[in-house]
Write a protein that binds this ligand. Structure first.
Ligand SMILES: Cc1ncc(COP(=O)(O)O)c(C=O)c1O
Length: 387
């Protein structure tokens, strides 16, 4: 055996730091679950619009499977480009007000493909320090110059843009709604900076699609046009897969250059069918997102009344920073025993010392549920000495 660096040693190291992760299989997905016969409020699902179990999506997924089978069976450039892929490309482009879009097997792959293609080999990327891991990995894979700006710090970003001018395409990249803090990127100011410095703007709308801008995302809500949008069908749309949207030329380039697209089997028909139905629903009922945000604001108010210090952000993601990894995990366990599922989020998903309980509110949660969850959270926080 390899003394000192065995798998067991590495896992023991994670355990010591309170960073060991374990899978925990659930009997279902979405904002409300039945576990061992009892109802559990699930605040760790991103099924924001409560669509993952919607019968309309299920029927559409079933019809797609009947017509196309269970797998795309090849990458889209080989023989895996189904009519449904192209229909969904078109519908997603329309949803986010871009010329064209391209469906990827996952949102993670969409970011890898968009960033590596945009940056080519001599690009200069300016990336917010709290961007999602798929953006971080896209920057690494691009083998471009990467400059990290302090979270939402426009002065820092502008300084970096002024200092680093030589090279290929300049790209500013940011989450729209930040996944672990629920705060919003200053997308209008990012657009202005990009214009002033001749940079492209890529915004990841993963947590804003379907929620902000009558479903079209945060940029649409604020009247901002990014050069490239990345998002996915895995959250508000209740399905699977990701996509990149932008100009027709950029999408054409992606088809030719993005390795995470070219060398991966096309998204499966069930996901295509359900995602198409979800887009139809979001376009027909554009007020769903606003209702979700109203409920999120209501929960923030309830939690603050109990003495929590919840930031006044506008999104459906509510962070409750605990600090210690062990305390966050213990509280999460105690909450589940009382029927509230909030998974602890620890480094490297969040910065060291900021382990937290991160709540995602969904349309499965009504006001009564939010009251019930608040009571349970307050009781557990008092027991844990963090309130
Ligand atoms: C901001 C952001 N971008 C991209 C992704 C990746 O998307 P997917 O889960 O569809 O691979 C996620 C999902 O976790 C995300 O939160």
């Amino acid at each position: 055996m390899y003394a000192g660096n065995s798998f067991e040693d590495e896992i023991a190291g994670l355990e010591e730091e309170g960073l060991r992760r374990k899978l925990a299989a659930l009997p279902g997905a979405g904002g409300k679950l039945t576990i061992d016969g009892s109802e559990v409020l699930n605040f760790s699902s991103n099924d924001y619009l409560n669509l993952a179990n919607d019968p309309r999506l299920k029927d559409s997924a079933k019809a797609a499977v009947e017509r196309y089978g269970c797998g795309a069976t090849a990458s889209r450039l080989m023989a895996g480009d189904l009519i449904l892929h192209e229909e969904l490309d078109m519908r997603l482009a329309g949803l986010v007000h871009q010329q064209a879009a391209l469906v990827f097997p996952s949102g993670f792959q969409a970011n890898l493909g968009a960033i590596t293609t945009l940056a080519a080999k001599d690009g200069i990327i300016f990336s917010d320090e709290l961007n999602h891991a798929s953006i971080v990995d896209g920057c690494r894979l691009a083998r471009a110059q990467v400059h990290i700006f302090r979270h939402c710090d426009l002065d820092h970003l502008e300084g970096l843009l002024q200092t680093h001018q030589r090279g290929g395409r300049k790209i500013i990249v940011s989450d729209g709604v930040f996944s672990m803090d629920g705060d919003l990127a200053p997308v209008s100011a990012l657009r202005q900076l990009a214009d002033r410095h001749g940079a492209y703007l890529l915004i990841d709308e993963a947590h804003a699609l379907g929620v902000f801008g009558r479903g079209a995302g945060l940029c649409a809500e604020l009247g901002v046009k990014p050069d490239v949008v990345v998002a996915n069908m895995t959250k508000a749309l209740g399905s699977g897969g990701g996509f990149v949207a932008g100009s027709r030329d950029f999408i054409d380039l992606l088809i030719n250059k993005a390795r995470s697209f070219i060398f991966s089997t096309g998204l499966a028909p069930a996901c295509l069918g359900s995602a198409l139905k979800a887009v139809e629903i979001v376009e027909a009922e554009p007020e769903l997102g606003a209702e979700l945000l109203r409920r999120a604001k209501f929960l923030r108010g309830l939690l603050n009344e109990k003495g929590f210090d919840i930031p006044d952000e506008a999104s459906q993601i509510v962070p409750m920073v605990i600090g210690s990894n062990e305390a966050a995990v213990e509280m999460s366990g105690a909450l589940l025993e009382r029927g509230v599922l909030i998974t602890a989020v620890r480094p490297p998903s969040v910065p060291d010392g900021t382990a937290r309980l991160r709540l995602s509110i969904t349309l499965a949660h009504d006001e009564g549920d939010l009251h019930r969850a608040t009571e349970v959270m307050a009781a557990i926080a008092l027991e844990a000495g963090v309130l």
